[in-house]
Design a protein around this ligand. Sequence first.
Ligand code: HEC
Length: 401
Amino acid sequence: MEGFLLEYGNLLLRWLHVIAAIAWIGESIYFVMLDLSLHPPRNEHGKKLGVFGEMWAVHGGGFYHNQKYLTNPAELPDDLHWAFWKAYSTWLSGFALFALMYLSKPTFYLVNPASPWAWATGMSGTQASIVAVAFLVVGYIAYSRMCRLISPTMNRDGLLSLAVGVMMVFVAWLSIQIFPGRAAFLITGALMATCMSANVFFWIIPGQRRMVKALKAGQTPDPLDGKLGKQRSVHNTYFTLPVVFLMLSNHYSFTYTGEYAWIIMSLFIFAGAVIRQYFVLRHTGRNDLRFPAAGIILLAVIGWLAAPSGTPAQAGGEQAAVTLEQVQGIVTARCTECHSAKPTYAGFSAAPAGVMLDTADEVLLHAQQIKTVVANQYMPLANLTQMSDEERAVIAAWSGQ
Ligand code: HEC
């Protein structure tokens, strides 16, 4: 029953998280588009009011006329629409999901038996959970410090972007050393998402509050508040695509199990950023195809790096062909404790990832997946059922039929 409740809670939180993220990212993409599509006001009235730019749109059977004022609108109504709850609820639901899945089973998901560092392989579940949460906190502090040191008044933002890129490569590499691949991708994504939400919480919203307060008091707002909010908001724009990728990567073990996992992760982050850049520029009327081209090249390199290398099947060519019975014997010994209609492994109430391997037909149905996850050592999870190298060699030599 407890296992079931965890599963159901997982589904509900995931639902909430995805909806909140769609709302947040949708709004953020919309505002980037709006900001970059503004034209100077066409009529005298707008100019007189001090409108900085405006955009006309048609949507849902009506016409919309957006006008942007910089920091000095003539009047500021009380019912201003603020955008922050979507960001906060995305982070909160995401962290709750992370706690439910990873922090509740840290020995399965957060301890990396293959880490090159002895302290990491020797961590207890609790220690691994603390390290994972610290990764997010320290990561955000380091990022924020960097912003303040390198470009305190938005004066060296090019250099800052470069530094953030280098930091993400380092984070990708570091996370892969400490955590198992799947968790490493997720935690790197969670760190970027934490930076995004924290940017809203600590920078963008407080700055806007100070600006509104100054306006209400009849003073001129400090332009630095606007600038620093903008700086963080620009980072958020380029983080969105990579973050969504890193969250989805969880379902694709080929991304995070190979020896190039951290390079693949870094390349995906850059691919996401350059693809976003294309759309950002498009809003300003520029159609610079070099950006999507660069994105496609990066994705092709990733495909090349992640593709399975020749299996040792050929090496065992002289031996008798592996039979389905042999494979099923191994699967029953090493996999069905979890991958069954009725799992017996403690903590599993349903077949993980929906993969059931009770019958020969089911094994055949999942043949390719089984070969992949056994070859790249992703399964059995943390090798909890102690699969031997000989057994892996048999699965590798199996034709899958
Ligand atoms: C201790 C429990 C456990 C054992 C033992 C185990 N698995 Fe899994 N397996 C999991 C969990 C949990 C997931 C879901 C992880 C995820 O969502 O990526 C999973 C996911 C999978 C997937 C889907 C992967 C994907 O890319 O989405 C396959 C295929 C799989 N396992 C095959 C196997 C095979 C083959 C074995 C035996 C050699 C095995 N597993 C042993 C727990 C286990």
